[in-house]
Design a protein around this ligand. Structure first.
Ligand code: DX5
Ligand code: ZN
Length: 233
């Protein structure tokens, strides 16, 4: 990592939250110190699972959530849902380039809607999709598992890929967040940050650590993540 102290952000993935009390779960992780709400949208077509759509994003906004909502689209096609999530209050919208027929247009749709735009790379997806759009992305998301499910193990080859994307971001001189998603734990976040990530999605590691005796429910796990990151700064 070059430059000054990175602005690390933790983004719990609500995929592992208790959906029967989603508003409360999101309030609890934010009160415990999370920075961003990671919102996984799966269509049982691009990925083999089915989750939540724009109505749930809108419901979180109406519930009073003001933190950034990071919408990770695992859907094909993408453009209609981009518009729907802009209207529903998304902050970031990221999509997989293989799922869009016109990547440049999809990125522009997101930015024209006032959101931050990002591309997501599956473990085997080449970084060449970035070649002509570095000036059009606000976030690059590397999947460190194959998308579709929480609770999978971090794929170690992601570390080299992170280093390569960090090199490209630094060479561009642009303000682009580098996010990682899948298998992020207290035990490996330091190594992942050292490889260049600055934004960390963690689903099962956060939501499986709910503690009913803790006033904010997730203080201890989120503190543990932040401590690992603070030691690097
Ligand atoms: C997987 C999703 C992830 C998932 C991560 O397709 O994009 O955001 O929730 O879950 P963990 O942190 O449990 O690997
Ligand atoms: Zn995700």
């Amino acid at each position: 990592m070059t430059g000054s102290c990175p602005d690390y952000r933790l983004a719990p993935s609500i995929l592992s939250a208790n959906f029967a009390r989603l508003g409360e779960e999101v309030d609890d992780v934010l009160a415990s110190g999370a920075d961003i709400v990671h919102f996984d949208v799966m269509d049982n077509h691009y990925v083999p699972n089915l989750t939540i759509g724009p109505m749930v994003c809108e419901a979180l906004r109406q519930h009073g959530v003001t933190a950034p909502i990071d919408v990770h689209l695992m859907v094909r096609p993408v453009d209609q849902l981009i518009g729907d999530f802009i209207d529903a209050g998304a902050s970031y919208v990221t999509f997989h380039p293989e799922a869009s027929d016109h990547i440049d247009r999809s990125l522009q749709l997101i930015r024209d809607g006032g959101c931050q735009a990002g591309l997501v790379f599956n473990p085997a997806t080449p970084l060449s999709y970035l070649d002509y759009v570095m000036d059009k992305v606000d976030m690059i998301l590397l999947m460190s598992v194959n998308p579709g499910f929480g609770g999978q193990s971090f794929i170690p080859a992601t570390l080299d890929k992170l280093r390569e994307v960090r090199r490209r971001i630094d060479a561009s001189g642009r303000d682009i967040r580098l996010e990682v998603d899948g298998g992020v734990k207290v035990e490996n976040i330091a190594e992942i940050a050292a490889a260049g990530a600055d934004t960390f999605v963690a689903g099962s590691a956060v939501f499986n650590a709910r503690n009913e005796t803790d006033p904010n429910r997730y203080n201890s796990v989120i503190d543990a993540f932040h401590k690992q990151l603070a030691a690097l700064s």
